[in-house]
Design a binder for this molecule. Structure first.
Ligand code: CUA
Length: 334
């Protein structure tokens, strides 16, 4: 009996040591990128709890198993039966109740955390986020700005109103620690207070087609003065774009054209726009067509009507007929 107690002491010490070793190893891996939002503090704390719990459970199972295999292995010449064991009620009740309490407590922490990170504050900056195949657009209704980049003032709570113009995307800035689905026909919310000046990336976290992996947008968290300057400049740029080609260039940036059509001749998903106007294109049915206003308009409104050879049909969303006005299309052609 006394030697049994000795085994438990040894196993307990080993579990503590292995838990500490795994926790230190996991900590050193830097699983998460730099934290840049106020809401992320509690999320990282929860994440940390889970890592330590994982380290402990792994140690618990592995130490008991390996210790038993090594210390209680059959010695040469030992042909006797092992001890017959018929369960241990107290132990079984304990290993059912204790994990239940731990899991319920983590569930409680999850609910409390979710409640705190989804709470809105009174002085929020509203940013409307639109995901599209395959880019992002950011509208600042308080400033009348539309931008392909996400510029945010530091330490200012932001209310993101998120939607999609085609399929389901997911708005995700890893440094902010939270993500939210962008669903066509619905507006989903995300509340973030960026608290670290820096440059980050919006990523799409929902598989959404060919260019899903490159559906990125620049995020710049700047101080308040820089944000004001940017907003003023941007506003000026928008009101100055009175010529059709300037407006068209802006639409190219903000309506997702640039995700698939390059301006420098690089072929991404769709044909490059370099020197496209007036060119002769071979279509996938073998006929040729001259790229003129009629053809461009048709390709925007009904992308599958005439597909250029070498490109896949059904790639370009047919949603632009609802998104772009006649004037927009004329500006883009211009
Ligand atoms: Cu949009 Cu993946």
């Amino acid at each position: 009996m006394r030697s049994n107690v000795k085994h438990f002491y040894i196993v307990a010490i080993l579990i503590v040591l292995v838990t500490a070793a795994i926790a230190i190893a996991l900590d050193s891996v830097q699983l998460l990128p730099q934290l840049a939002s106020a809401q992320g503090v509690i999320i990282d704390w929860l994440f940390g709890i889970h890592l330590y719990l994982i380290a402990f459970l792994f140690a618990l199972v592995m130490v008991f198993m390996l210790y038993s295999i090594i210390v209680f292995r059959r010695r040469p010449g030992d042909e006797s039966d092992g001890t017959h064991i018929h369960g241990h009620t107290t132990l079984e009740i304990a290993w059912t109740i204790i994990p239940t309490i731990i899991v319920a407590y983590i569930g409680y922490l999850g609910v409390v955390t979710l409640h705190s990170v989804t709470a809105s504050s009174p002085d929020e900056l509203t940013v409307q986020v639109t995901g599209m195949q395959w880019s992002w657009r950011f509208d600042y209704p308080e400033f009348g700005i539309t931008s392909p980049d996400l510029i945010l003032p530091v330490n200012k709570p932001v209310r993101f109103e998120i939607t999609s113009s085609d399929v389901i995307h997911s708005f995700w800035v890893p440094e902010f620690r939270m993500k939210q689905d962008a669903v066509p026909g619905a507006v989903t919310l995300l509340h973030v207070t960026p608290n670290l000046v820096g440059s980050y990336k919006v990523r799409c976290a929902e598989i959404c087609g060919l260019q899903h992996a490159t559906m990125l947008a620049d995020v710049r968290v700047v101080d308040h003065a820089d944000f004001r300057t940017w907003a003023m400049d941007e506003k000026e740029r928008l009101t100055a774009s009175e010529s059709p080609d300037a407006r068209g260039a802006l639409l190219y940036e903000t309506q997702g054209c640039k995700a698939c059509h390059s301006l420098d001749g690089t072929v991404v998903v769709g044909p490059s726009w370099k020197n496209i106007y007036g060119s002769e294109e071979q279509l996938d049915d073998g006929s040729t067509i001259t790229v003129d206003e009629v053809y461009i308009r048709e390709s925007i409104l009904d992308p599958n009507a005439k597909v250029v050879q070498g490109f896949s049909p059904n790639v370009m969303p047919s949603t632009y007929r609802d998104i772009l006005s006649d004037q927009d299309i004329e500006d883009i052609i211009s």
